[in-house]
Ligand binder design. Structure first.
Ligand code: 4YB
Length: 456
């Protein structure tokens, strides 16, 4: 039975199932009533510091218990909340935040970001602690990971987040008896998707707070992972025993990966979504083919000129900038994703980003086509193909790989040469430097290109 929220979800669960387990984080185990009390006192503390309905608040933190409590408490104050990746560079934050009507920053990161924004701190108080639950109020701003220019701030209402959650839970069973790990960052939609599914289901959320990721994962029935995380898990010594369902997304999902995980007893779900849609819009149970399934309930997908267009009840109500919202949909009412896609056997197939297409000696190269083959090699766990300038060909492909030690690039090249057309064969191979990871859920292609350009 689907839950209809008539109050802040934690208050509703606190009234309905006060002693059911809500949250586990390291040594902490809280039922819904404990959680609600924590949120109330923290929210009262924020209100006492001047936060009111519509206040712009940046929450800068990696995942931990304080960051989760602050996320919920700030929602309850009616603030317009922007969860921020602590690894974003200072100059970018400075420029970006100046356009987003930010009144306060709660900086929980290890090294503080020195900007001219009034600081909030974690304080407990016992006075007014909530505004009315209004699911249509702008609740969050989430930064897009646009490949060029400044990120945009996608504004979502609580209703949109819950609609996203309802879509996923129409496919994946997740109830009070289950637990989902907050396995992806809260500043990204993939992390927020986990939070809102938890809130909709009244289940248990598990955080790795002060303990290793793998230890926390052992207590969970569900997790959301990007493909590289699942590869790492499968290569590890033992699989978390209770983990039964893994929602994958964020990048191409190699069928080899899900086949291996399913053989190990993990149900894999292949999802496709983006910041503007508050995470997954299409999904399926993995069965060995490369697609991302069909639209979940409340979502609609069509392909026009090879581009994936989306309508969804989880859509952002706009991009926030200087006090105004500009629509995320075009005049036709659809979100134009810039993803290349097609239908195959009744399911959506993502071919890659339209913007990534480049030309080599007159031939179009979609880098994702080559990457897909590269990661099907048993010793390659992540691959990027980017263009380098070439006098004769205009541009030519270069591969940047995360691979097991001992892999010989000459042998890989030979293996690859039997699988793809000659013009797609990389002219050079490099191993992926760790410095390119920026705390997000994926490495930005632009940063890989930059790194390659500096090499030559
Ligand atoms: C894909 C893709 C796919 C995205 N194949 N390209 O809850 C979830 O949905 C979830 C679970 C596990 C891991 C990630 C998620 C996400 O939310 C991912 C959402 C995301 O990545 N948003 S994004 O704005 O950062 O990037 C969106 C882009 O990522 C899309 O426009 C695609 O280009 C790409 N992408 N899923 C191939 N299955």
């Amino acid at each position: 039975a689907e839950q209809v929220m008539t109050d802040w979800p934690w208050r509703q669960w606190s009234a309905q199932t006060p002693f059911a387990m809500a949250l586990k984080a390291g040594d902490v185990s809280w039922c819904w009533r404990d959680l609600q009390h924590r949120i109330d006192s923290l929210a009262a503390g924020f209100i006492a510091q001047g936060v009111t309905e519509g206040t712009g608040v940046v929450l800068r933190s990696k995942n931990n218990l304080d960051a989760l409590l602050s996320y919920l408490a700030l929602l309850q104050t009616g603030a317009r909340l922007l969860p921020l990746n602590p690894q974003l560079p200072h100059a970018l934050c400075d420029e970006l935040l100046s356009q987003l009507n930010i009144d306060f920053m709660l900086d929980l990161a290890e090294t503080a970001l020195d900007l001219n924004i009034p600081a909030l701190s974690l304080q407990n108080a016992w006075s007014v602690s909530a505004v009315a639950w209004r699911p249509d109020r702008v609740a969050t701003l989430t930064l897009t990971s646009g490949s060029t220019g400044l990120p945009k701030a996608a504004a979502h209402t609580a209703a949109a987040h819950l609609a996203s959650a309802a879509g996923v839970l129409g496919l994946i069973t997740f109830t009070q008896h289950h637990s989902w790990m907050l396995s992806l960052p809260q500043f990204h939609v993939s992390g927020q998707g986990i939070i809102w599914r938890w809130l909709l289901a009244g289940a248990t959320l598990v955080l790795a707070d002060g303990q290793p990721f793998d230890v926390a994962l052992e207590q969970c029935s569900h997790a959301s992972l990007v493909p590289t995380q699942l590869w790492r898990l499968l290569k590890g010594r033992s699989l978390p025993e209770k983990l039964k369902d893994v929602l994958l997304g964020g990048a191409q999902i190699p069928p080899e990966l899900t086949l291996q995980a399913e053989r190990a007893g993990i149900r894999c779900w292949c999802g496709y979504g983006m910041t503007e849609t508050a995470s997954t819009v299409t999904a399926k149970r993995a069965e060995g083919s490369a697609g991302v399934g069909q639209p979940l309930s409340g979502k609609d997908v069509k392909i026009v000129d090879q581009e994936v267009l989306i309508r969804s009840d989880s859509l952002a109500c706009g991009y926030w900038k200087n006090g105004a919202l500009t629509p995320v949909v075009s005049a036709d009412g659809w979100l134009h994703t810039r993803d290349r896609g097609k239908w195959r056997d009744d399911e959506l197939l993502i071919a890659g980003r339209l913007d990534n297409l480049f030309f080599s000696g007159g031939e179009g190269i979609q880098p994702e086509d080559i990457e897909k083959v590269l990661v099907s090699h048993p010793q390659v766990s992540q691959a990027f193909v980017v263009p380098v300038e070439d006098e004769q060909f205009g541009q030519r492909p270069v591969a940047v790989l995360e691979a097991q030690a001992g892999l010989l690039y000459e042998e890989l090249n030979l293996w690859l040469s039997n699988k793809i057309p000659r013009f797609q064969l990389p002219v050079a191979y490099h191993s992926l430097p760790e410095t390119l990871a920026q705390g997000g859920i994926k490495i930005s292609r632009a940063s890989v290109r930059q790194w390659i350009d500096r090499l030559s």
